[in-house]
Write a protein that binds this ligand. Structure first.
Ligand SMILES: *[C@@H]1O[C@H](CO)[C@@H](O)[C@H](O)[C@H]1NC(C)=O
Ligand SMILES: *[C@@H]1O[C@H](CO)[C@@H](O)[C@H](O)[C@H]1NC(C)=O
Ligand SMILES: *[C@@H]1O[C@H](CO)[C@@H](O)[C@H](O)[C@H]1NC(C)=O
Length: 525
Protein backbone atom coordinates (compact mmCIF):
# COMPACT_ATOMS: atom_id res chain seq x y z
CA UNK A 1 0.00 0.00 0.00
CA UNK A 2 2.62 2.49 1.12
CA UNK A 3 4.81 1.60 -1.79
CA UNK A 4 2.04 2.41 -4.16
CA UNK A 5 1.32 5.71 -2.37
CA UNK A 6 5.01 6.62 -2.48
CA UNK A 7 5.30 5.88 -6.13
CA UNK A 8 2.25 7.81 -7.07
CA UNK A 9 3.03 10.90 -5.01
CA UNK A 10 5.88 11.99 -7.22
CA UNK A 11 3.98 12.21 -10.48
CA UNK A 12 1.16 13.94 -8.66
CA UNK A 13 3.39 16.83 -7.67
CA UNK A 14 4.76 16.94 -11.20
CA UNK A 15 1.23 17.00 -12.53
CA UNK A 16 0.38 19.89 -10.25
CA UNK A 17 3.31 21.86 -11.49
CA UNK A 18 2.41 21.11 -15.03
CA UNK A 19 -1.18 22.09 -14.35
CA UNK A 20 0.00 25.33 -12.88
CA UNK A 21 2.21 26.11 -15.83
CA UNK A 22 -0.65 25.41 -18.23
CA UNK A 23 -2.96 27.66 -16.27
CA UNK A 24 -0.45 30.49 -16.35
CA UNK A 25 0.09 30.03 -20.04
CA UNK A 26 -3.63 30.00 -20.63
CA UNK A 27 -4.06 33.18 -18.63
CA UNK A 28 -1.32 34.90 -20.59
CA UNK A 29 -2.89 33.85 -23.87
CA UNK A 30 -6.34 34.88 -22.71
CA UNK A 31 -5.13 38.23 -21.51
CA UNK A 32 -3.79 38.83 -25.00
CA UNK A 33 -6.69 37.37 -26.90
CA UNK A 34 -9.63 38.74 -24.93
CA UNK A 35 -8.82 42.40 -25.56
CA UNK A 36 -8.22 41.53 -29.19
CA UNK A 37 -11.58 39.82 -29.41
CA UNK A 38 -13.13 42.71 -27.56
CA UNK A 39 -11.56 45.12 -29.99
CA UNK A 40 -12.82 43.12 -32.92
CA UNK A 41 -16.19 42.77 -31.24
CA UNK A 42 -16.37 46.50 -30.98
CA UNK A 43 -15.94 46.93 -34.69
CA UNK A 44 -17.86 43.93 -35.77
CA UNK A 45 -20.88 42.85 -33.82
CA UNK A 46 -20.65 39.11 -34.40
CA UNK A 47 -17.03 38.15 -34.49
CA UNK A 48 -16.45 35.49 -31.89
CA UNK A 49 -18.68 32.52 -32.64
CA UNK A 50 -17.64 31.99 -36.24
CA UNK A 51 -14.17 33.48 -36.20
CA UNK A 52 -12.48 30.23 -37.12
CA UNK A 53 -15.12 29.58 -39.73
CA UNK A 54 -14.45 32.97 -41.32
CA UNK A 55 -10.74 32.33 -41.57
CA UNK A 56 -11.47 28.94 -43.09
CA UNK A 57 -13.65 30.60 -45.66
CA UNK A 58 -11.06 33.20 -46.43
CA UNK A 59 -8.45 30.58 -47.03
CA UNK A 60 -10.46 27.87 -48.72
CA UNK A 61 -13.63 29.52 -49.90
CA UNK A 62 -16.60 27.27 -50.34
CA UNK A 63 -14.48 24.19 -49.69
CA UNK A 64 -14.74 24.57 -45.93
CA UNK A 65 -18.48 25.00 -46.14
CA UNK A 66 -18.58 21.93 -48.25
CA UNK A 67 -16.49 19.99 -45.76
CA UNK A 68 -18.69 20.99 -42.89
CA UNK A 69 -21.79 20.13 -44.81
CA UNK A 70 -20.43 16.71 -45.61
CA UNK A 71 -19.75 16.00 -41.98
CA UNK A 72 -23.43 16.26 -41.32
CA UNK A 73 -25.51 13.26 -42.05
CA UNK A 74 -27.41 13.68 -45.25
CA UNK A 75 -30.39 11.67 -46.20
CA UNK A 76 -29.02 10.77 -49.62
CA UNK A 77 -25.36 10.69 -48.86
CA UNK A 78 -24.92 7.01 -49.57
CA UNK A 79 -26.94 7.20 -52.76
CA UNK A 80 -24.71 10.00 -54.00
CA UNK A 81 -21.62 8.06 -53.08
CA UNK A 82 -22.91 5.04 -54.96
CA UNK A 83 -23.56 7.15 -58.03
CA UNK A 84 -20.03 8.44 -58.00
CA UNK A 85 -18.69 4.95 -57.56
CA UNK A 86 -20.80 3.73 -60.43
CA UNK A 87 -19.56 6.56 -62.59
CA UNK A 88 -15.97 5.60 -61.92
CA UNK A 89 -16.58 1.89 -62.44
CA UNK A 90 -18.23 2.61 -65.79
CA UNK A 91 -15.26 4.66 -66.86
CA UNK A 92 -12.97 1.73 -66.17
CA UNK A 93 -15.14 -0.98 -67.55
CA UNK A 94 -14.48 -0.58 -71.30
CA UNK A 95 -10.70 -0.56 -70.85
CA UNK A 96 -10.74 -3.61 -68.63
CA UNK A 97 -13.10 -5.46 -70.94
CA UNK A 98 -10.61 -4.98 -73.78
CA UNK A 99 -7.74 -6.59 -71.91
CA UNK A 100 -6.74 -10.19 -72.48
CA UNK A 101 -6.58 -12.31 -69.34
CA UNK A 102 -8.91 -10.06 -67.39
CA UNK A 103 -12.14 -11.85 -68.19
CA UNK A 104 -12.79 -12.67 -64.57
CA UNK A 105 -12.34 -9.09 -63.45
CA UNK A 106 -14.48 -7.92 -66.37
CA UNK A 107 -17.30 -10.20 -65.35
CA UNK A 108 -16.97 -9.21 -61.74
CA UNK A 109 -17.10 -5.53 -62.65
CA UNK A 110 -20.09 -6.03 -64.85
CA UNK A 111 -22.02 -7.83 -62.14
CA UNK A 112 -21.15 -5.22 -59.55
CA UNK A 113 -22.10 -2.40 -61.89
CA UNK A 114 -25.42 -4.02 -62.66
CA UNK A 115 -26.11 -4.53 -59.00
CA UNK A 116 -25.47 -0.85 -58.34
CA UNK A 117 -27.72 0.12 -61.23
CA UNK A 118 -30.53 -2.06 -60.01
CA UNK A 119 -30.39 -0.57 -56.55
CA UNK A 120 -30.09 2.99 -57.80
CA UNK A 121 -33.05 2.66 -60.10
CA UNK A 122 -35.19 1.76 -57.12
CA UNK A 123 -34.39 4.52 -54.66
CA UNK A 124 -33.14 8.06 -54.42
CA UNK A 125 -32.72 8.27 -50.64
CA UNK A 126 -30.59 6.31 -48.21
CA UNK A 127 -33.65 5.05 -46.38
CA UNK A 128 -34.63 3.07 -49.47
CA UNK A 129 -31.36 1.18 -49.74
CA UNK A 130 -31.32 -2.53 -48.92
CA UNK A 131 -29.83 -3.61 -45.56
CA UNK A 132 -26.72 -5.21 -47.09
CA UNK A 133 -25.78 -2.00 -48.88
CA UNK A 134 -22.43 -1.53 -47.17
CA UNK A 135 -21.32 -4.90 -48.50
CA UNK A 136 -22.45 -3.96 -52.00
CA UNK A 137 -20.54 -0.69 -51.87
CA UNK A 138 -17.50 -2.46 -50.52
CA UNK A 139 -17.61 -5.03 -53.32
CA UNK A 140 -17.64 -2.45 -56.09
CA UNK A 141 -14.93 -0.50 -54.35
CA UNK A 142 -12.72 -3.59 -54.21
CA UNK A 143 -13.34 -4.31 -57.90
CA UNK A 144 -12.47 -0.78 -58.91
CA UNK A 145 -9.35 -0.99 -56.80
CA UNK A 146 -8.36 -4.12 -58.73
CA UNK A 147 -9.05 -2.37 -62.01
CA UNK A 148 -6.95 0.54 -60.91
CA UNK A 149 -4.01 -1.62 -60.06
CA UNK A 150 -3.83 -3.05 -63.57
CA UNK A 151 -0.95 -1.53 -65.43
CA UNK A 152 -1.53 -2.48 -69.02
CA UNK A 153 -3.27 0.10 -71.14
CA UNK A 154 -5.08 1.62 -68.22
CA UNK A 155 -2.98 4.71 -67.94
CA UNK A 156 -5.47 6.66 -70.01
CA UNK A 157 -8.48 6.00 -67.87
CA UNK A 158 -6.42 6.49 -64.84
CA UNK A 159 -5.11 9.84 -65.95
CA UNK A 160 -8.57 11.10 -66.66
CA UNK A 161 -10.04 9.79 -63.47
CA UNK A 162 -7.33 11.11 -61.28
CA UNK A 163 -8.96 14.45 -61.72
CA UNK A 164 -12.09 13.49 -59.89
CA UNK A 165 -10.88 10.56 -57.90
CA UNK A 166 -7.50 11.29 -56.47
CA UNK A 167 -7.76 14.99 -55.91
CA UNK A 168 -5.37 16.07 -53.25
CA UNK A 169 -6.89 18.42 -50.76
CA UNK A 170 -5.15 21.36 -52.37
CA UNK A 171 -6.54 20.49 -55.75
CA UNK A 172 -9.98 20.07 -54.29
CA UNK A 173 -9.67 23.48 -52.68
CA UNK A 174 -8.62 24.93 -55.95
CA UNK A 175 -11.50 23.47 -57.94
CA UNK A 176 -14.08 24.33 -55.36
CA UNK A 177 -12.91 27.88 -55.09
CA UNK A 178 -13.34 28.04 -58.83
CA UNK A 179 -17.10 27.86 -58.25
CA UNK A 180 -17.48 24.95 -60.64
CA UNK A 181 -15.55 21.92 -61.69
CA UNK A 182 -15.79 20.68 -65.24
CA UNK A 183 -15.20 17.12 -66.12
CA UNK A 184 -15.17 16.15 -69.76
CA UNK A 185 -17.12 12.98 -70.34
CA UNK A 186 -15.19 10.73 -72.68
CA UNK A 187 -18.18 8.73 -73.76
CA UNK A 188 -17.30 7.94 -77.33
CA UNK A 189 -16.55 4.30 -76.69
CA UNK A 190 -17.92 2.15 -79.47
CA UNK A 191 -18.76 -1.44 -78.57
CA UNK A 192 -16.92 -4.18 -80.40
CA UNK A 193 -19.99 -5.19 -82.38
CA UNK A 194 -20.57 -1.69 -83.74
CA UNK A 195 -16.95 -1.36 -84.68
CA UNK A 196 -17.24 -4.66 -86.51
CA UNK A 197 -20.30 -3.35 -88.34
CA UNK A 198 -18.48 -0.25 -89.47
CA UNK A 199 -15.55 -2.32 -90.77
CA UNK A 200 -17.86 -4.79 -92.46
CA UNK A 201 -19.76 -2.03 -94.26
CA UNK A 202 -16.52 -0.39 -95.34
CA UNK A 203 -15.32 -3.63 -96.91
CA UNK A 204 -18.68 -3.97 -98.62
CA UNK A 205 -18.47 -0.46 -100.00
CA UNK A 206 -15.20 -1.18 -101.74
CA UNK A 207 -16.33 -4.60 -102.88
CA UNK A 208 -19.22 -2.97 -104.67
CA UNK A 209 -16.82 -0.43 -106.19
CA UNK A 210 -18.74 2.37 -104.58
CA UNK A 211 -21.05 2.07 -107.57
CA UNK A 212 -24.43 3.76 -107.65
CA UNK A 213 -23.71 5.31 -104.29
CA UNK A 214 -24.14 8.85 -105.42
CA UNK A 215 -27.74 9.82 -105.54
CA UNK A 216 -28.71 12.96 -107.36
CA UNK A 217 -27.68 16.00 -105.45
CA UNK A 218 -30.40 18.24 -106.80
CA UNK A 219 -31.96 18.74 -103.39
CA UNK A 220 -28.76 19.13 -101.51
CA UNK A 221 -28.78 22.88 -101.79
CA UNK A 222 -32.46 23.53 -102.28
CA UNK A 223 -33.36 26.04 -99.57
CA UNK A 224 -37.04 25.20 -99.87
CA UNK A 225 -36.52 21.77 -98.35
CA UNK A 226 -36.30 20.96 -94.65
CA UNK A 227 -32.61 20.44 -93.97
CA UNK A 228 -31.44 18.46 -91.05
CA UNK A 229 -27.84 18.02 -89.88
CA UNK A 230 -26.55 15.05 -87.91
CA UNK A 231 -22.94 14.70 -86.74
CA UNK A 232 -22.04 11.09 -86.02
CA UNK A 233 -19.36 8.42 -86.00
CA UNK A 234 -21.87 5.72 -85.19
CA UNK A 235 -23.80 4.09 -88.05
CA UNK A 236 -26.65 2.75 -85.96
CA UNK A 237 -27.05 5.79 -83.73
CA UNK A 238 -27.28 8.10 -86.75
CA UNK A 239 -29.62 5.63 -88.41
CA UNK A 240 -31.97 5.76 -85.44
CA UNK A 241 -32.01 9.56 -85.42
CA UNK A 242 -32.86 9.63 -89.11
CA UNK A 243 -35.32 6.73 -89.02
CA UNK A 244 -37.24 8.13 -86.07
CA UNK A 245 -37.39 11.57 -87.68
CA UNK A 246 -38.70 10.15 -90.94
CA UNK A 247 -41.17 7.78 -89.29
CA UNK A 248 -42.88 10.73 -87.62
CA UNK A 249 -42.77 13.12 -90.55
CA UNK A 250 -46.09 13.63 -92.24
CA UNK A 251 -44.36 14.10 -95.56
CA UNK A 252 -40.79 12.84 -95.78
CA UNK A 253 -40.30 13.98 -99.38
CA UNK A 254 -39.18 17.38 -98.20
CA UNK A 255 -36.65 16.07 -95.72
CA UNK A 256 -32.95 16.36 -96.55
CA UNK A 257 -30.35 14.97 -94.13
CA UNK A 258 -26.72 16.05 -94.13
CA UNK A 259 -24.87 13.40 -92.21
CA UNK A 260 -21.40 14.58 -91.24
CA UNK A 261 -18.93 11.92 -90.21
CA UNK A 262 -15.18 11.37 -90.07
CA UNK A 263 -12.83 9.68 -92.51
CA UNK A 264 -12.87 6.41 -90.60
CA UNK A 265 -16.62 5.91 -90.84
CA UNK A 266 -17.28 7.68 -94.10
CA UNK A 267 -17.46 4.66 -96.42
CA UNK A 268 -19.42 2.57 -93.97
CA UNK A 269 -21.96 5.36 -93.70
CA UNK A 270 -22.09 5.78 -97.48
CA UNK A 271 -22.78 2.12 -97.94
CA UNK A 272 -25.39 1.91 -95.17
CA UNK A 273 -27.35 4.88 -96.44
CA UNK A 274 -27.23 3.77 -100.05
CA UNK A 275 -28.59 0.36 -99.13
CA UNK A 276 -31.26 1.47 -96.68
CA UNK A 277 -34.01 3.87 -97.49
CA UNK A 278 -35.80 6.08 -95.03
CA UNK A 279 -39.18 7.09 -96.35
CA UNK A 280 -38.65 9.46 -99.24
CA UNK A 281 -35.99 11.47 -97.44
CA UNK A 282 -32.69 12.39 -99.11
CA UNK A 283 -29.56 11.53 -97.19
CA UNK A 284 -26.14 12.94 -97.99
CA UNK A 285 -23.10 11.58 -96.22
CA UNK A 286 -20.24 14.06 -95.92
CA UNK A 287 -16.68 13.61 -94.71
CA UNK A 288 -15.90 16.43 -92.31
CA UNK A 289 -12.17 16.19 -93.09
CA UNK A 290 -12.83 17.53 -96.56
CA UNK A 291 -14.28 20.69 -95.17
CA UNK A 292 -11.58 21.88 -92.87
CA UNK A 293 -11.06 25.48 -93.78
CA UNK A 294 -7.84 27.38 -93.29
CA UNK A 295 -8.66 28.55 -89.86
CA UNK A 296 -9.39 25.05 -88.58
CA UNK A 297 -6.38 23.64 -90.41
CA UNK A 298 -4.23 23.03 -87.39
CA UNK A 299 -6.80 20.77 -85.79
CA UNK A 300 -6.47 17.03 -85.55
CA UNK A 301 -9.43 14.89 -86.39
CA UNK A 302 -9.64 13.93 -82.73
CA UNK A 303 -10.02 17.60 -82.00
CA UNK A 304 -12.66 18.00 -84.70
CA UNK A 305 -15.15 16.98 -82.10
CA UNK A 306 -18.84 16.74 -82.66
CA UNK A 307 -20.95 17.49 -79.58
CA UNK A 308 -19.02 17.75 -76.34
CA UNK A 309 -20.40 16.65 -73.00
CA UNK A 310 -19.42 17.80 -69.55
CA UNK A 311 -20.20 16.93 -66.00
CA UNK A 312 -20.19 20.05 -63.86
CA UNK A 313 -20.01 20.26 -60.08
CA UNK A 314 -21.24 23.48 -58.57
CA UNK A 315 -22.17 24.51 -55.04
CA UNK A 316 -25.86 24.12 -54.35
CA UNK A 317 -26.24 27.65 -53.03
CA UNK A 318 -24.40 30.94 -52.81
CA UNK A 319 -20.93 31.02 -51.34
CA UNK A 320 -21.59 32.40 -47.91
CA UNK A 321 -24.27 29.96 -46.83
CA UNK A 322 -23.48 26.32 -46.15
CA UNK A 323 -23.50 24.51 -49.40
CA UNK A 324 -22.81 21.16 -50.86
CA UNK A 325 -22.00 20.33 -54.43
CA UNK A 326 -24.51 19.22 -57.01
CA UNK A 327 -23.71 17.68 -60.34
CA UNK A 328 -25.17 18.72 -63.67
CA UNK A 329 -24.63 17.40 -67.17
CA UNK A 330 -24.42 19.65 -70.15
CA UNK A 331 -23.76 19.10 -73.84
CA UNK A 332 -22.57 21.79 -76.21
CA UNK A 333 -21.44 22.17 -79.82
CA UNK A 334 -17.98 20.85 -80.63
CA UNK A 335 -15.52 22.36 -83.10
CA UNK A 336 -17.09 20.74 -86.13
CA UNK A 337 -20.36 22.62 -85.68
CA UNK A 338 -18.60 25.88 -86.35
CA UNK A 339 -17.80 24.78 -89.90
CA UNK A 340 -21.47 24.42 -90.79
CA UNK A 341 -22.02 27.86 -92.37
CA UNK A 342 -19.19 27.04 -94.80
CA UNK A 343 -20.15 23.43 -95.44
CA UNK A 344 -23.75 24.27 -96.21
CA UNK A 345 -22.98 27.44 -98.14
CA UNK A 346 -26.33 27.82 -99.85
CA UNK A 347 -28.63 27.03 -97.00
CA UNK A 348 -30.45 29.48 -94.80
CA UNK A 349 -31.78 27.36 -92.00
CA UNK A 350 -31.06 23.90 -90.58
CA UNK A 351 -32.15 21.76 -87.68
CA UNK A 352 -29.25 20.04 -85.92
CA UNK A 353 -29.82 16.77 -84.09
CA UNK A 354 -27.24 15.04 -81.89
CA UNK A 355 -26.75 11.35 -82.60
CA UNK A 356 -27.85 10.38 -79.08
CA UNK A 357 -31.45 11.46 -79.59
CA UNK A 358 -34.59 9.73 -80.74
CA UNK A 359 -37.44 11.65 -82.35
CA UNK A 360 -41.04 10.98 -81.30
CA UNK A 361 -43.00 13.66 -83.16
CA UNK A 362 -43.17 15.49 -86.48
CA UNK A 363 -40.44 18.13 -86.45
CA UNK A 364 -42.01 20.30 -89.15
CA UNK A 365 -42.87 23.18 -86.75
CA UNK A 366 -39.16 23.60 -86.05
CA UNK A 367 -38.39 24.70 -89.61
CA UNK A 368 -41.19 27.23 -89.44
CA UNK A 369 -40.34 28.61 -86.02
CA UNK A 370 -39.77 32.36 -85.91
CA UNK A 371 -36.45 32.97 -84.15
CA UNK A 372 -36.86 36.75 -84.22
CA UNK A 373 -33.35 38.14 -84.63
CA UNK A 374 -31.67 35.24 -82.81
CA UNK A 375 -29.17 32.86 -84.40
CA UNK A 376 -30.00 29.65 -82.59
CA UNK A 377 -32.95 28.02 -80.85
CA UNK A 378 -32.15 25.65 -77.99
CA UNK A 379 -33.53 24.18 -74.82
CA UNK A 380 -32.35 26.42 -72.03
CA UNK A 381 -30.72 24.84 -69.07
CA UNK A 382 -31.01 27.06 -66.00
CA UNK A 383 -29.47 24.45 -63.71
CA UNK A 384 -26.20 26.02 -64.80
CA UNK A 385 -26.06 29.81 -65.15
CA UNK A 386 -23.17 31.79 -66.57
CA UNK A 387 -22.39 33.25 -63.14
CA UNK A 388 -21.67 29.77 -61.84
CA UNK A 389 -19.12 29.23 -64.57
CA UNK A 390 -17.33 32.49 -63.99
CA UNK A 391 -13.95 30.88 -63.51
CA UNK A 392 -14.24 29.41 -67.00
CA UNK A 393 -15.81 32.32 -68.81
CA UNK A 394 -12.80 34.55 -68.22
CA UNK A 395 -12.93 38.29 -68.44
CA UNK A 396 -15.58 38.41 -71.13
CA UNK A 397 -18.66 40.41 -70.34
CA UNK A 398 -21.91 38.56 -69.82
CA UNK A 399 -25.00 38.57 -67.64
CA UNK A 400 -24.36 36.13 -64.81
CA UNK A 401 -28.05 35.17 -64.73
CA UNK A 402 -27.95 33.86 -68.31
CA UNK A 403 -28.94 30.20 -68.49
CA UNK A 404 -26.76 27.80 -70.38
CA UNK A 405 -28.34 25.75 -73.17
CA UNK A 406 -28.15 22.24 -74.51
CA UNK A 407 -27.25 20.74 -77.83
CA UNK A 408 -29.45 17.81 -78.84
CA UNK A 409 -32.01 19.66 -80.91
CA UNK A 410 -31.21 23.10 -82.27
CA UNK A 411 -32.51 25.33 -85.04
CA UNK A 412 -29.90 27.45 -86.72
CA UNK A 413 -30.30 30.57 -88.80
CA UNK A 414 -27.22 30.15 -90.97
CA UNK A 415 -27.54 33.58 -92.59
CA UNK A 416 -27.39 35.36 -89.26
CA UNK A 417 -24.60 33.03 -88.15
CA UNK A 418 -22.54 34.20 -91.12
CA UNK A 419 -23.59 37.82 -90.70
CA UNK A 420 -22.57 37.93 -87.02
CA UNK A 421 -19.40 35.90 -87.69
CA UNK A 422 -20.23 33.49 -84.86
CA UNK A 423 -17.52 31.06 -85.99
CA UNK A 424 -15.00 33.89 -85.85
CA UNK A 425 -16.00 34.75 -82.29
CA UNK A 426 -15.81 31.11 -81.33
CA UNK A 427 -12.25 30.80 -82.62
CA UNK A 428 -11.19 33.99 -80.92
CA UNK A 429 -12.69 32.81 -77.62
CA UNK A 430 -11.04 29.44 -78.03
CA UNK A 431 -7.61 30.99 -78.56
CA UNK A 432 -8.10 33.09 -75.44
CA UNK A 433 -9.22 30.15 -73.36
CA UNK A 434 -6.81 27.42 -74.21
CA UNK A 435 -3.62 27.38 -72.25
CA UNK A 436 -2.03 24.12 -73.32
CA UNK A 437 -2.68 20.39 -72.92
CA UNK A 438 -5.38 18.20 -74.33
CA UNK A 439 -7.61 18.54 -71.30
CA UNK A 440 -7.55 22.32 -71.35
CA UNK A 441 -8.37 22.16 -75.04
CA UNK A 442 -11.47 20.20 -74.27
CA UNK A 443 -12.66 22.29 -71.37
CA UNK A 444 -12.23 25.47 -73.37
CA UNK A 445 -14.92 24.25 -75.74
CA UNK A 446 -17.62 24.82 -73.13
CA UNK A 447 -17.03 28.53 -72.46
CA UNK A 448 -16.19 29.28 -76.10
CA UNK A 449 -19.31 27.54 -77.33
CA UNK A 450 -21.57 29.22 -74.79
CA UNK A 451 -20.09 32.68 -75.22
CA UNK A 452 -20.07 32.55 -79.02
CA UNK A 453 -23.87 32.50 -78.91
CA UNK A 454 -24.18 34.98 -76.08
CA UNK A 455 -27.51 36.85 -76.38
CA UNK A 456 -28.26 34.87 -79.56
CA UNK A 457 -30.31 32.03 -78.08
CA UNK A 458 -34.02 31.70 -78.64
CA UNK A 459 -35.41 29.46 -75.89
CA UNK A 460 -37.24 26.40 -77.22
CA UNK A 461 -40.26 25.20 -75.32
CA UNK A 462 -39.26 22.49 -72.85
CA UNK A 463 -41.66 19.96 -74.34
CA UNK A 464 -39.41 19.72 -77.40
CA UNK A 465 -36.77 17.69 -75.65
CA UNK A 466 -36.15 15.73 -72.50
CA UNK A 467 -32.50 15.32 -71.63
CA UNK A 468 -30.64 13.30 -69.04
CA UNK A 469 -31.50 9.80 -70.26
CA UNK A 470 -27.80 8.93 -70.33
CA UNK A 471 -27.15 9.65 -66.67
CA UNK A 472 -30.34 10.17 -64.66
CA UNK A 473 -31.93 7.07 -63.17
CA UNK A 474 -34.90 8.97 -61.85
CA UNK A 475 -36.69 10.10 -64.98
CA UNK A 476 -40.36 9.24 -64.79
CA UNK A 477 -41.00 6.93 -67.74
CA UNK A 478 -44.67 7.91 -67.84
CA UNK A 479 -43.72 11.39 -69.04
CA UNK A 480 -41.28 10.20 -71.71
CA UNK A 481 -43.88 10.00 -74.42
CA UNK A 482 -44.84 13.66 -73.93
CA UNK A 483 -41.60 14.92 -75.40
CA UNK A 484 -40.88 15.41 -79.09
CA UNK A 485 -37.29 14.30 -78.61
CA UNK A 486 -35.51 12.15 -76.04
CA UNK A 487 -31.87 13.03 -75.46
CA UNK A 488 -29.58 10.35 -74.04
CA UNK A 489 -26.91 12.77 -72.92
CA UNK A 490 -24.51 11.48 -70.30
CA UNK A 491 -22.14 8.54 -70.34
CA UNK A 492 -24.70 5.74 -70.40
CA UNK A 493 -25.59 5.78 -74.08
CA UNK A 494 -28.35 3.45 -75.22
CA UNK A 495 -26.00 1.57 -77.54
CA UNK A 496 -23.69 0.67 -74.68
CA UNK A 497 -24.32 -2.41 -72.67
CA UNK A 498 -24.25 -0.13 -69.68
CA UNK A 499 -27.00 2.16 -70.96
CA UNK A 500 -29.91 2.60 -68.57
CA UNK A 501 -32.21 -0.31 -69.31
CA UNK A 502 -35.50 1.47 -68.58
CA UNK A 503 -35.00 3.97 -71.39
CA UNK A 504 -33.52 1.68 -74.01
CA UNK A 505 -36.75 0.48 -75.61
CA UNK A 506 -37.69 4.01 -76.76
CA UNK A 507 -34.51 4.08 -78.78
CA UNK A 508 -34.29 0.47 -79.93
CA UNK A 509 -37.74 0.70 -81.50
CA UNK A 510 -36.19 2.40 -84.52
CA UNK A 511 -33.37 -0.03 -85.03
CA UNK A 512 -33.36 -1.94 -88.28
CA UNK A 513 -34.48 -5.56 -87.89
CA UNK A 514 -32.83 -8.58 -89.47
CA UNK A 515 -29.96 -6.85 -91.15
CA UNK A 516 -27.40 -9.22 -92.62
CA UNK A 517 -24.37 -7.22 -91.53
CA UNK A 518 -25.73 -6.52 -88.07
CA UNK A 519 -26.29 -10.23 -87.60
CA UNK A 520 -22.81 -11.06 -88.80
CA UNK A 521 -21.35 -8.72 -86.22
CA UNK A 522 -23.60 -9.93 -83.42
CA UNK A 523 -25.09 -6.50 -82.95
CA UNK A 524 -27.47 -7.08 -80.12
CA UNK A 525 -28.33 -3.80 -78.45
C1 LIG B 1 -2.28 15.93 -83.31
O1 LIG B 1 -2.12 14.64 -82.79
C2 LIG B 1 -0.78 14.26 -82.57
C3 LIG B 1 -0.79 12.84 -82.05
O2 LIG B 1 -1.78 12.09 -82.63
C4 LIG B 1 -0.12 15.21 -81.61
O3 LIG B 1 1.25 14.86 -81.45
C5 LIG B 1 -0.22 16.63 -82.11
O4 LIG B 1 0.30 17.52 -81.17
C6 LIG B 1 -1.67 16.98 -82.39
N1 LIG B 1 -1.79 18.29 -82.98
C7 LIG B 1 -2.36 19.31 -82.35
C8 LIG B 1 -2.46 20.56 -83.14
O5 LIG B 1 -2.77 19.24 -81.23
C1 LIG C 1 -14.58 36.66 -88.52
O1 LIG C 1 -13.74 36.55 -87.39
C2 LIG C 1 -12.44 36.09 -87.68
C3 LIG C 1 -11.69 35.88 -86.36
O2 LIG C 1 -12.13 36.70 -85.36
C4 LIG C 1 -11.73 37.09 -88.58
O3 LIG C 1 -10.43 36.63 -88.88
C5 LIG C 1 -12.54 37.23 -89.85
O4 LIG C 1 -11.97 38.23 -90.67
C6 LIG C 1 -13.98 37.62 -89.54
N1 LIG C 1 -14.75 37.56 -90.76
C7 LIG C 1 -15.56 38.53 -91.14
C8 LIG C 1 -16.30 38.32 -92.42
O5 LIG C 1 -15.72 39.53 -90.49
C1 LIG D 1 -37.08 2.13 -88.94
O1 LIG D 1 -37.85 1.80 -87.79
C2 LIG D 1 -38.80 0.78 -87.99
C3 LIG D 1 -39.55 0.59 -86.69
O2 LIG D 1 -40.17 1.75 -86.27
C4 LIG D 1 -38.15 -0.49 -88.41
O3 LIG D 1 -39.12 -1.48 -88.66
C5 LIG D 1 -37.34 -0.25 -89.66
O4 LIG D 1 -36.62 -1.41 -90.00
C6 LIG D 1 -36.35 0.88 -89.47
N1 LIG D 1 -35.71 1.17 -90.74
C7 LIG D 1 -34.41 1.30 -90.89
C8 LIG D 1 -33.92 1.50 -92.26
O5 LIG D 1 -33.64 1.30 -89.96
Amino acid sequence: MSMKGGLSSLPTTKKRWKGFAVTVLALVVLSLVVPLLFLLGFQNRFPTGDATEKSCQLRFGSYCLWCREHKEKMKDRKVKKMKDQLFIARAYYPSIAKLKGYEKLTLEMKQNIQEHERILSDTIVDAGLPPNIDKVIQRLKATVAKARSCHVDCSNVDKKLRQILDLTEDEANFHLRQSAFLYHLGVQTIPKSLHCLSMRLTVEYFRSNGADMDSSSADKHNPDKQHCVVFSRNVLASSIVINSTVMHAEDSRNLVFHLLTDEENYFAMKFWYSKNSFGKAFIYVLNIEEFKTNYMNDMNSSQMSFSEEFRISIPVSEEMTPSRMRTEYISVFGHAHFLLPDILKNLKRVVILDDDVVVQRDLLPLWNLDLGDKVIAAIQFCGVRFGQLKSYLGSNSYDSETCSWMSGVNIIDLEKWREYNISGSYLRLLQEQKSGGEESWRTSVLPASLLAFKDQVYPLEDSWALSGLGHDYEVDTITLKNYAILHYNGNMKPWLELGIARYKSYWKKFLKQNDLFMNECNVNL
